[in-house]
Write a protein that binds this ligand. Structure first.
Ligand SMILES: [Zn+2]
Length: 158
């Protein structure tokens, strides 16, 4: 398996030790949707264009602690995230995954979250390389706005 080269991951690694919980800090710039059950956030350090994360609202909840109702509610968020990505990007495939614990690659605080990453055939070469954090933020906000528009269309049954 080829690894995607993502220079902004270095900044990510430097930031994870100090940053407050991104799912709890109400970062409107990165939020696609937040309701009483879940939040969908853009990933500031994406593996691919359109990489989002779905998290329960309550901090420090382990997946094994969620009751069936909470699990269903969380996975409604995952389902919505997949719908949004498909509507905006029509990718060739989608990865949905959970990393638990630092050793498993979960850098972001102790807040359960599910990654949704659109994939394209040959996307190890597809991904644009941004070295400039500001460029990444602008690109992310554009994508977020596309996702919010798609969300409205889904809600309206379009
Ligand atoms: Zn949190």
């Amino acid at each position: 398996m080829k690894h995607m080269w993502a220079p902004w991951r270095m900044e990510y690694i430097e930031q994870i030790e100090s940053e407050e919980c991104i799912f709890c800090k109400n970062d409107e710039q990165m939020t696609v949707i937040k309701n009483e059950n879940y939040i969908i956030l853009m990933n500031k350090f994406p593996y691919n264009n359109g990489h989002i994360m779905v998290a329960p609202i309550i901090h420090n909840t382990m997946i094994e602690e969620l009751n069936p109702r909470e699990l269903t509610a969380l996975f409604e968020g995952v389902q919505l995230g997949v719908k949004i990505i498909k509507k905006v990007y029509s990718p060739d495939g989608i990865n949905v995954g959970i990393n638990m614990g630092r050793s498993a690659g979960a850098g972001i605080c102790d807040h359960l979250h599910i990654h949704i990453v659109p994939r394209w055939n040959g996307d190890t070469n597809f991904m644009p390389i941004f070295n400039d954090t500001k460029l990444i933020s602008e690109a992310l906000e554009k994508t977020k706005n596309k996702f919010i528009n798609a969300l409205r269309e889904i809600e309206n049954g379009e």
